[in-house]
Design a protein around this ligand. Structure first.
Ligand SMILES: C[S@@+](CC[C@H](N)C(=O)[O-])C[C@H]1O[C@@H](n2cnc3c(N)ncnc32)[C@H](O)[C@@H]1O
Length: 290
């Protein structure tokens, strides 16, 4: 079979959140969806599975928690939402997935893909790829909401929508992560859980999640940080810089509001943090040897 994962007999992974990897059906299902919606690729013909493992974590969460209402913040090309829909079907669960993105479904984007063993880079829209390659029974469980999260999340919260599982994976700068987490707390149903991607303390894009995770300790009894990328499907691009996902559970919340003035402060902090990464911002002035 063309789709077969390259390392089907891999040793068990010592990471409870990747336990779904031990199930060959689940592993193959996610590998196949990953080739359609999650490959990274360059013009030199090098293609890598970019953290397909997130779909294994989502599968396990769906099996354990059986969430009926799921929110994904950041659709991307669809690995997260389509794998959640497929996992829910595989365990006989009626789940509805709402997914938010700023990019409309009809907008073509750069799309590395493998179909019938052939890898290529297409310019295609989510609508085109999903309609052509994803089972309608799976994609019909997914509802897209288009717009910046600064608009769509407050609107969702205002509408009274509540979710049992939230997957935060949109903008990764400090302001976006703090914004998206604040509103996720507002729309989280009692007893719900939040999964965040891209905890990466050594990389600029990953600091937002690191700082937000510290604050999350006040709102959740359990904050778990664990590595995923490359552990099952291979393809970790920066093995020297640790990356992980964060799971927030055992919520201590009973409803939460969002203070928009404080959020504005985080916007300024985000700009400052970006400045801190500019090489010329560092105070050390190297002397030129004579
Ligand atoms: C890393 S991808 C999401 C991947 C997806 N969750 C998955 O598992 O396959 C991030 C997505 O977030 C979207 N995004 C970034 N900032 C956003 C914002 N402020 N509002 C809405 N979507 C945003 C991007 O357009 C991109 O498609």
């Amino acid at each position: 079979m063309m789709n077969t994962h390259p390392n089907p007999g891999a040793a068990p992974v010592r990471n409870a959140w990747l336990e779904s990897a031990e199930n060959p059906e689940c592993r193959e299902r996610i590998w196949a969806l990953g080739l359609l919606t999650g490959l990274r690729g360059n013009e030199q013909g090098v293609f890598t599975p970019a953290n397909f493992e997130r779909a294994l974590v989502l599968d396990r969460l769906i099996r354990l928690r059986r969430p009926a209402r799921i929110l994904e913040i950041g659709t991307g090309r669809g690995l997260g939402c389509m794998s959640m829909a497929a996992s829910a079907r595989a365990c006989g669960l009626e789940a509805r997935i709402t997914t938010l993105d700023i990019i409309p479904a009809e907008t073509p984007q750069r799309w590395p893909i493998e179909v019938e063993g052939r890898r290529e880079i297409r310019f295609a829209s989510r609508k085109e790829v999903w309609e052509k390659h994803i089972d309608p029974a799976v994609r019909n469980q997914v509802a897209e909401v288009i717009g910046p999260t600064t608009r769509t999340l407050p609107e969702l919260a205002e509408s009274g929508a509540r979710f049992d599982l939230v997957f935060i994976d949109a903008g990764h700068d400090l302001y976006s992560v703090v914004h998206d987490l604040s509103y996720s707390l507002q729309v989280l149903a009692e007893g719900g859980a939040i999964l965040m991607d891209d905890f990466a303390p050594m990389e600029e894009f990953g600091l937002g999640t690191c700082i937000a995770a510290q604050h999350a300790h006040r709102f959740f009894g359990k904050v778990e940080i664990f590595p995923t990328e490359g552990l099952v499907f291979g393809g970790a691009e920066h093995p020297e810089a640790p990356r992980g996902m964060v799971l927030l559970s055992e919520s201590r919340l009973s409803g939460a509001g969002v203070n928009r003035w404080k959020l504005l402060g985080w916007k300024v902090a985000g700009w400052m943090l970006r400045l801190c990464h500019a090489p010329q911002a560092f105070p050390s002035e190297p002397r030129v040897e004579r």
